[in-house]
Design a protein around this ligand. Structure first.
Ligand code: NAD
Length: 429
């Protein structure tokens, strides 16, 4: 097989394999070595450009005062303002935010949009906080990082446990301090506050566009393509809806509480209705229930993990029976699994390409806010298609030219673009 295996350092334990920072570093090291990046440039690209840690006092509903810790990391601003989400979770760590910020740098570079990478997080448990407590945390966090963010500096977006309401609070707080409405300071806003049409579907739509391209390359047709999707949320649900409408056969949907299978293709609209009515995809009359773990290893043409990280690992990658792996989720495959996927000849559409439809339409939202001129959904979708198709072509051309697999090609392309920007700008000393 012409693809070169990723020569990632094997971790000594599964805990290392599942550590997102180690995974990101292993892929970075392999790509940097293969590109022949000099030591100095590797040092620059490895370190975040700026980081802030804030300890924010917030009054709880019962009158107690609590202090929450928040982070904002800008990994790179070499190609444009930092871009990346803000997550709220009890187990957020500085290391995790750093790794995710670097990931955003590579993702924005793969789709060639003029952004660097950033990420933020607040250590808190949204499950036990009231909406007004969440609003106070959000507003104080925003006030503390006010100098650090902005349309030309760093543009946050929603991530785990944050949503368009959170973005509206950030936009309002930032605007109050700036004494003017600054809608382009965040993306993922409600449409009537400057959000973009097509944003909710963008990641799932992007997954379909790159899968279409993979089918072309492999000589497959949509109508005979069996798709298994893990996760029926924003990314997986939208991908299922759009792909089934486009003629794909969605044979299995996997959720946290079970899986549903139909060899002739599931009726996705009916399954969504069933889930809304019953709270689960199981027990659906248009398919049969099956074991959720076994479902991952069904024979299919496209496997689309769109739930969570670390589901394809050194322990199970050899069991996959798919031709194409379209990584809708962030980090669904560990770096150790990369070599197994390559050995099996699975055509991998790596996460930093496959799920970049979301950040691409976030870029469109930022452009529209700055223009004060809003595009129709058709224009958004057409421009998204153009960027996703070009990015797919760039990655496979890189893979062909350098004789490496798609993931390594995507990382090399991204590192190359960011390094070129840094070299052209020069180091200001
Ligand atoms: P979501 O919460 O809307 O959906 C996730 C779905 O996965 C939920 O329905 C959940 O029940 C299900 N799930 C959770 N654990 C599972 C398990 N063990 N097995 C099967 N299903 C399980 O989240 P989302 O926005 O769709 O994000 C999914 C993934 O895609 C994440 O990795 C996220 O970082 C990534 N991503 C999302 C976007 C976006 O625009 N939403 C963009 C890029 C990447």
């Amino acid at each position: 097989m012409k693809h070169m295996l990723l020569e990632a350092t094997m971790p000594s334990t599964l805990a290392d394999e599942f550590n997102p920072r180690l995974s990101a570093e292993a892929r970075f090291d392999t790509a940097a070595a293969r590109l022949g990046l000099d030591d100095g440039m590797q040092k620059v690209l490895r370190s975040p450009s700026r980081e802030v840690i804030v300890h924010i006092p917030v009054l709880l509903d019962d009158g107690r005062l609590e202090v929450f810790t928040g982070y904002r990391v800008q990994h790179s601003v070499a190609r444009g303002p930092a871009k990346g989400g803000i997550r709220y979770a009890p187990d957020v760590t500085h290391d995790e935010v750093r790794a995710l910020a670097a990931w955003m740098t590579w993702k924005c570079a793969v789709v060639n949009i003029p952004f660097g990478g950033g990420k933020g997080g607040v250590i808190c448990d949204p499950g036990v906080l009231s909406p007004s407590e969440l609003e106070r945390i959000t507003r104080r966090y925003t006030a503390e990082i006010f100098e650090f963010i902005g349309p030309d500096k760093d543009v946050p977006a929603p991530d785990m446990n944050t949503n368009e309401q959170t973005m509206a609070w950030i936009m309002d707080t930032y605007s109050m301090h700036a004494r003017q409405t600054v809608s382009a300071v965040v993306t993922g806003k409600p449409i009537n506050l400057g959000g973009s049409r097509g944003r909710a579907e963008a990641t799932g739509r992007g997954c379909m566009i790159v899968t279409d391209q993979a089918l072309r390359r492999l000589g497959l047709e949509r109508s005979s393509t069996r798709v298994v999707i893990q996760g029926f949320g924003n990314v997986g649900g939208m991908a299922a809806k759009l792909m089934s409408r486009a003629g794909y056969k969605i044979v299995c949907i996997i959720e946290w509480d079970g899986a549903v299978y139909n060899a002739t293709g599931l009726d996705i609209a009916a399954l969504m209705k069933h889930r809304t009515e019953t709270g689960s995809i199981t027990g659906f009359s248009g398919g049969e229930d099956m074991d959720k773990t076994e479902a991952m290893f069904l024979e299919c043409d496209v496997l689309l993990p769109a739930a969570k990280e670390n589901v394809i690992t050194s322990q199970n990658a050899h069991k996959l029976r798919t031709k194409v792996l379209c990584e809708g989720a962030n980090g669904p495959s560990t770096h150790v699994a990369d070599a197994i996927l390559a050995e099996k000849g699975i055509f991998v559409i790596p996460d930093i390409l496959a799920n970049a439809g979301g950040v691409t339409v976030s870029y469109f939202e930022w452009v529209q806010d700055r223009q004060g001129y809003f595009w129709s959904e058709q224009v958004v979708n057409d421009r998204l298609e153009e960027i996703m198709v070009n990015s797919f072509q760039d990655v496979v051309a890189y893979s062909d030219k350098h004789g490496v697999n798609n993931r390594l090609a995507a990382y090399m392309l991204a590192l190359d673009r960011v390094a070129a920007a840094i070299k052209m700008r020069g180091i200001y000393a």
